[in-house]
Design a protein around this ligand. Structure first.
Ligand SMILES: [Zn+2]
Ligand SMILES: [Zn+2]
Ligand SMILES: [Zn+2]
Length: 162
């Protein structure tokens, strides 16, 4: 008769894997943390990021001269957690959470506790580009995020004229 009822198939269990394991494996352990390509806190970005302070602006509080952070919510320039932690302090006092590093132009979200990929996140791309130009005097090399249709070869077989 039907004696296959007792066969335990572990097939389904293998498919289900915890997403948390991913972080444990690829997170801090390896020393390499992937920048996030999305962030829920972009609504707090300043509405005018076309004009930002120059990269050599000193910290607003302690006048530390270099490698400061730019708060992308209010455009305050503050020193890093390795100096006098004024950016971190600013975040705690104001809950402004997104900051751009004038040292390597990376963008950090305090709320996500993670770097953000400024070239992928559309709202961050312009300010990243502006900061890059202020720092290096030229536009950043373009990464092929959006592919222009260069391979779209127009056929020449259209009849020209009459
Ligand atoms: Zn965030
Ligand atoms: Zn400072
Ligand atoms: Zn701020």
């Amino acid at each position: 008769m039907a004696d296959q009822a007792g066969t335990s198939s572990s097939h389904l269990e293998n498919v289900l894997e915890e997403d948390d394991d991913y972080d444990l494996i690829y997170g801090a352990e390896s020393g390499w943390v992937e920048a996030r390509t999305q962030c829920d806190h972009l609504a707090s970005l300043s509405s005018d990021l076309a004009h930002i302070p120059t990269p050599n602006t000193p910290c607003n509080r302690c006048q530390h001269p270099s490698e400061n952070w730019l708060c992308l919510c209010c455009k305050d320039v503050l020193c890093s957690r390795f100096v006098n932690k004024h950016m971190l302090e600013h975040h705690k006092q104001t809950t402004h959470c997104i900051a751009l590093s004038y040292s390597d132009l990376s963008v950090w979200c305090f709320a996500c506790d993670s770097y953000l990929d400024a070239q992928v996140i559309r709202q961050l791309r312009p300010v990243h580009e502006t900061a890059y130009i202020l720092k290096f005097g030229e536009a950043p090399p373009h990464r092929s995020v959006e592919c222009p249709q260069l391979e779209d070869k127009q056929a020449k077989d259209m009849p020209s004229g009459s």
